[in-house]
Design a protein around this ligand. Structure first.
Ligand SMILES: NC(=O)c1ccc[n+]([C@@H]2O[C@H](COP(=O)([O-])OP(=O)(O)OC[C@H]3O[C@@H](n4cnc5c(N)ncnc54)[C@H](O)[C@@H]3O)[C@@H](O)[C@H]2O)c1
Length: 369
């Protein structure tokens, strides 16, 4: 699929590496996608960085698996490399971790001519990116995403943040990387549930922009076929994200499409206190529930909720919750969004592959759950 868009710019062994160029008002940067690209990271970093000192920021799990491959590869090319390891887990996406990172950067005498490389899932990308955005008023950074969510979503587009006790991602910035290197091989060590979490975001992209991708996912027969298709799937998701971010870097209009399933999803996460469902699972339920209702209200083509449900089941994702929770979820959403002036921008699908923003008054949200 999209064979005309896939061009050969480089190769790793027999594997073709794909390139996407993100072009924003004040900045351009490349995304490279290819199996085995971690081994080539040094070479790719050399193309965009002329300094000597690099700090890898990673988490405890990823460091054990891939920290030394990256460090050795960079050192071989003559870079002076230090590593900062944060604790894995969403609860560590906080000020304490950030403060630890700042202290280490100062101890390593890092200056604005040096570079940070974020090696990890969305957590590391967000925290390291925020550290890069703020340390000495901004230092360059590279994203090497290692989870599926990070490879198809968080490493592209420059949203970086940490959590507060009061809520997730409440302190952050828009700060674009200089380079994104995506190696699908790294996904082999991901826990299955974390991988499936990322598949929810892949399905989201297909739903809002790419019916062909939706069908393609539907027709994947087994794990081997999925593994073989991953680089192309990731490429297609990054293309969609890039196109949207290029038109709306600051999330004021079109970028909201990426929130398909997220309004209800966030409320589900909160109602279940971030314990029962992962982010992707909550988004999966959100995509299905909103589509059931938008179909019922005549906003969407008939049959889309069923198709979404079937695809979610295929990737071991949930699609419903006990109706007893609906009122709590609706209340949570209405309370949360009251702050945004009494209106809510819901993302619904006209049909598979075509999402749009449907603005409603917050009190009408009950119709959607
Ligand atoms: N900035 C954005 O646009 C954006 C978008 C979506 C999500 N996010 C953020 O991303 C975070 C969720 O991302 P996530 O699901 O990657 O979480 P995560 O980074 O916590 O990774 C999940 C788990 O997988 C482990 N892991 C990562 N890569 C691995 C690999 N290759 N092999 C084995 N284990 C690996 C991690 O150590 C962790 O235990 C949240 O904090 C969310 O807010 C940000």
């Amino acid at each position: 699929m999209n064979g005309n868009k896939t061009f050969k710019i480089d190769s790793i062994g027999s594997e073709v590496m794909k390139k996407i160029e993100v072009s924003l008002l004040n900045q351009k940067y490349p995304i490279y996608i290819g199996k085995g690209i971690l081994e080539l990271a040094g070479k790719k970093v050399q193309e965009i960085f002329s300094g000597n000192n690099i700090v890898i920021i990673t988490d405890t799990n990823v460091n054990l698996l891939y920290g030394s491959i990256l460090k050795n590869g960079l050192e071989k090319l003559g870079y002076e490399v230090k590593t900062i390891v944060m604790l894995a887990g969403e609860k560590n996406k906080n000020f304490e971790t950030l403060s630890m990172i700042y202290k280490k950067l100062i101890k390593f005498q890092v200056t604005r001519t040096d570079m940070i490389v974020a090696l990890g899932g969305g957590l590391v990308g967000d925290v390291a990116g925020f550290a890069a955005a703020t340390y000495m008023r901004g230092i360059s950074y590279v994203q090497i995403p290692t989870s599926l969510i990070a490879q198809v979503d968080s490493s592209v587009g420059g949203k970086v943040a940490i959590n507060l006790e009061e809520g997730k991602n409440l302190v952050g910035s828009f700060y674009q990387p200089e380079l994104v290197l995506i190696d699908p091989v790294l996904l082999e060590t991901l826990e299955q549930r974390v991988f499936n979490d990322g598949m929810a975001e892949v399905i989201k992209y297909a739903c809002i922009r790419d019916e062909q991708l939706f069908e393609w996912l539907f027709n994947i027969k087994n794990k081997q076929e999925l593994d073989e298709s991953l680089a192309e799937i990731i490429y297609r998701c990054c293309e969609i994200k890039k196109e949207i971010v290029q038109r709306d870097e600051r999330d004021k209009s079109e970028r909201m499409l990426l929130n398909f399933g997220h309004t209800i999803g966030h409320s589900i996460e909160k109602v279940f206190k971030y314990k029962k469902y992962t982010h992707g699972e909550a988004v999966a339920i959100g995509m299905h529930l909103i589509s059931q209702k938008s179909e019922y209200l005549g906003l969407s083509e008939r049959g889309i909720a069923k198709r979404i449900k079937e695809l979610l089941i295929k990737f071991d994702l949930p699609y419903e919750i006990d109706k007893g929770y609906y009122e709590k979820i609706s209340k949570e959403t209405r309370n949360d969004k009251k702050r945004e002036g009494g209106f809510l921008n819901l993302i619904v699908l006209k049909k598979i592959g075509e999402g749009f923003i449907h603005r409603i008054e917050i009190d009408d949200f009950n119709d959607f759950i």
